[in-house]
Every structure is written in C-alpha cells, then in structure tokens.
Ligand binder design. Structure first.
Ligand code: SAH
Length: 229
C-alpha cells in the first residue's frame, strides 16, 4: 500500500513544480520583454511578475502564455502582448487610490494587472460570453476590486465616473466623447486609434479642465472597437 501514497505525493508535487516553472517564465517575460524595452514603474513590474497570465488563456495556449505576442482567446479576440499590457499600465501612472475604467475586458488579464495596483477597476466587455468568463475567472482568483459588465464601452460607465484613468484595449476610429467626459480633471486615457487594416496609433489623452492634450505614442495593432446595434 506504499505505492499509492508515493503517487499521491507526486501528484501533489507536480502542480507545485509547474507553478515554479510558470514563475520562472513570468520573471523572464518581465526582464526580457518588458524591462528591456524600457518599462520602469515598480508597481507595474511587480504586477506583471505576479499575475498568472497562463490562467487567462485557453487551455491549448497555456504553453505559449508567456510568449512575446498576443494570443487568441476565442470569439475572434485576443489577450494583448505582455509588453503592451505593461506599457499601457505604466503610462497612466497608476496609484493605489486610483479608480480605473477599462474598455475591452477580453480575458480579464489587463484588469487583473491594474487591480494589483489600484483601488478599483471597472471593466466593460461587449461580448457577453467573454464578460461572463472573465468575471468568473477574476472572482475565482480573488479579485474583489474589479467590476465587470457586458456592454458597449463607447458610452463608458456613467454611474461610476469620473475615473482617474481610462484604458481602452480595442482600436477605435475616434476618441469616444463619453470617455473624455468621464475622465477626471488631470486624468489620463490610453487608447489605440485607427481602423482594423491600417496602422493604428496608441494615443495618450490628458485632460486639463476643458482641454485635452493628445500625443501619439507608438504604432500598434489591436482588435477593432465594435459598436452595439
Ligand atoms: N484587455 C484584454 C484584451 C482584449 S482584446 C485582455 O487583457 O485580455 C479587446 C476586447 O475588446 C475584446 O474582447 C473585444 O470583444 C472588446 N471590445 C471591442 N469593442 C468593444 C466595445 N465597444 N465595448 C467593450 N468591449 C469591446
């Protein structure tokens, strides 16, 4: 009767070893893909080291979870490349007292990274199945400061506004006016602008009173911002 005990022990050890491997892959991802490209914010780097990206991708993509690229998550959507997630997180200069709105929940990964740093994350996903899945996943992982809802993020989340920062993870043709309105004075929005088949620009929008300063950051490729109806 010794064998089953040994087998049980091995069965218990295997996931531990696997988690160590994933931890190593995450550390490598941060140093080679993210720090090397210039991301320096300590809170952002710590969150990227902590959030278990392999739990946000479909089971067939787990072995690629820490690759330097976006990955399909079903419904024609993708989880963004790790570097882009880190870059977008750093650029809003996240602080522990922030309330952040994200448009395009997708897998919930960007929301989890933000939730490690800021007080409250509100995130909107237009594909109901993805929204339900991400919401369940984030709950299971213990994130109590993320609120997920299904809807068209074009209109923002008025009841929860204003936000210290807004992170848009789908490429829009223009900056949705409601999102500008729902940004706090002094707040920052990061949004990819451009159509699906053209080069898109990641843009930073900074609100100062009634004035908006916009700057182009870098060319990017995001899935399109869809509209309901
Ligand atoms: N932040 C996500 C990336 C998801 S890709 C992650 O970390 O995994 C962009 C997502 O935006 C897709 O899931 C897409 O369905 C969603 N989306 C597109 N248009 C939208 C809209 N108008 N409102 C809300 N979500 C939208």
């Amino acid at each position: 009767m010794k064998t089953p005990i040994i087998l049980l022990f091995i069965a218990w050890l295997l996931p531990l070893a696997e988690n160590q491997d994933f931890k190593k892959l995450r550390d490598q991802m941060v140093s080679t893909q993210i720090e090397r490209r210039g991301v320096q914010d300590a809170a952002t780097l710590a969150a990227m080291r902590k959030v278990e990206r392999h739990l946000f991708v479909p089971s067939h993509a787990v072995s690629n979870a820490y690759d330097d690229r976006p990955l399909p998550i079903g419904y024609g959507q993708t989880i963004s490349q790790p570097y882009i997630v880190a870059y977008m997180t750093e650029i809003i200069k996240p602080r522990p007292d922030f309330r952040v709105l994200e448009i395009g929940t997708g897998s919930g990964y960007q929301a989890a990274v933000l939730a490690e740093i800021v007080k409250e994350v509100y995130t909107i996903e237009i594909v109901d199945a993805l929204s339900v899945q991400a919401s369940g996943r984030l709950k299971k992982l213990g994130y109590k400061n993320v609120d997920v809802k299904t809807g068209d993020g074009y209109y923002g989340w008025k009841e929860k506004a204003p936000f210290d920062a807004i992170v848009v993870t789908a490429a829009a043709e223009h900056i949705p006016p409601s999102l500008k309105e729902q940004l706090k004075d002094g707040g920052k929005m990061i949004i990819p602008i451009g159509s699906q088949f053209m080069v898109q620009q990641l843009m930073l929008v900074e609100k100062n009173g009634n004035k908006f300063k916009t700057s182009n950051l870098m060319p990017v490729r995001f899935v399109p911002f869809k509209r309901s109806g």
